[in-house]
Design a protein around this ligand. Structure first.
Ligand SMILES: Nc1ncnc2c1ncn2[C@@H]1O[C@H](COP(=O)(O)OP(=O)(O)OP(=O)(O)O)[C@@H](O)[C@H]1O
Length: 366
């Protein structure tokens, strides 16, 4: 028997570890574009899952945005049947009419379709092929946007997506390894033209920025960026727990938050409390920017009798009698007329800089 190619073995091991962490046995679904990362993942899942007490299915989404996209999806499905995956779903989504640019609309439609199929199969996890290189790009994009530790944490290995656990087994596997695994297995991955389209910031990072960094600083840069993400994620976990407790302690029994409780918190905790509270009030995570949180924070730390802070979704928060209070929508007219277009634009997040897709949980994802 020919020895197993090292990249194939590394990817199988990564998948085995990810499956071992799942709380229950049951079907897992691989989200597969046909690209090298998710193709290598699907091949590994087909091998590993049945040996680990799971069945593995595959789902591929046709966004209908490129000529030949239906043919690509069918080719992935035919391969999945030959590879022995337990279920194969091809889902065509309609991207038109969704908010945001075409990239964001496609992502939103894709994740919606993926979680619907996962729900239909009762999947215990949806696996995606994000790699260490995707993570390194995500960290660099976050740095360029001026994101804090939350952005630097990049993509988590596991999180909830519309009630389905989204798991990324390949975050410590390089793109070179997924490509090499495909070669070793005789698979021909699909090349997504978007990945090399300089219109996208992520493509420019991939093609222009990372090679220069590697040349200047050495090949360890990619691992180091991914490690930054892991370290920031661990810090975030601790800070989020502190913020949860601080938010509970700051609540006023009649509503709103007590300024006095907030004022003495370290800034890193206080801004997290304010961000979490803004989400609670209904501000969409993807639209809530640093600028909105700073406006809330200024009501606490820079109080000079100013007017309300504006949040996405037409929400406003004012300070009154030592409390931060959400202003009910019907008070908007009485409070001095309509909000100006400029302020509304800021509130709706027009200040966000480098383009990056934020998924429904506010995470910036490829
Ligand atoms: N059309 C699709 N159908 C199903 N899953 C998809 C699709 N597009 C992306 N995904 C999932 O999202 C992950 C990240 O997507 P992205 O477009 O960034 O691909 P990538 O990094 O080029 O990976 P790949 O080589 O798998 O295409 C993929 O690995 C795959 O799991």
């Amino acid at each position: 028997m020919a020895p197993l190619a090292p990249p194939v073995a590394a990817i199988r091991l990564a998948v085995r570890r990810a499956l071992a962490d799942l709380p229950a046995y049951g079907p897992v679904l691989v989200a597969c574009s046909g690209g090298a990362d998710s193709l290598a993942l699907a091949a590994a899942a087909a091998f590993v899952a049945p040996r680990a007490g799971h069945t593995a299915g595959l789902v591929t989404v046709d966004h209908g945005l490129q000529a030949g996209s239906a043919g690509r999806a069918e080719a992935v499905a035919r391969w999945a049947q030959r590879a022995g995956l337990a279920s194969v779903d091809v889902v065509r989504v309609d991207v038109a009419g969704r908010p945001g640019g075409p990239e964001a609309a496609a992502r939103e439609a894709r994740y919606q379709a993926l979680t619907e199929v996962a729900g239909r199969h009762g999947a215990v996890a949806l696996l995606t092929g994000h790699t260490r290189d995707d993570q390194a790009e995500t960290v660099l994009l976050a740095l360029a946007r001026g994101a804090g530790p939350r952005g630097l944490a990049g993509m988590p290995t596991r999180r909830d997506l519309n009630g389905v656990p989204l798991v990324r087994p390949l975050l410590e596997i390089s793109r070179g390894q997924t490509r090499a695994a495909c070669v070793a297995l005789g698979l021909t991955p699909w090349q997504d033209p978007h990945n090399s389209d300089p219109a996208y910031a992520r493509s420019r990072i991939r093609a222009d920025v990372l090679p220069v960094l590697v040349q200047a600083l050495g090949p360890g840069v990619l691992d180091n960026l991914a490690r930054t993400a892991r370290l920031a994620a661990a810090d975030n976990l601790a800070l989020d727990e502190l913020a949860d407790a601080a938010l509970a302690a700051a609540r006023h029994p009649e509503g709103g938050l007590l300024v006095e409780s907030l004022a003495n918190l370290p800034a890193a905790v206080r801004t997290r409390v304010l961000r979490a509270w803004a989400h609670e009030l209904g501000a969409a995570p993807a639209a809530l920017s640093h600028r909105h949180v700073t406006a809330l924070d200024t009501l606490v730390t820079g109080w000079r009798g100013q007017g309300p802070a504006y949040l996405p979704g037409g929400l406003r928060v004012r300070r009154s009698a030592g409390r931060l209070l959400a202003v009910p929508a019907e008070d908007e007219e009485c409070a001095g007329g309509a909000v100006s277009a400029g302020r509304r634009a800021v509130a709706e997040g027009a200040a966000v800089g480098v383009r990056g897709g934020a998924d429904p949980a506010g995470e910036v994802v490829p």
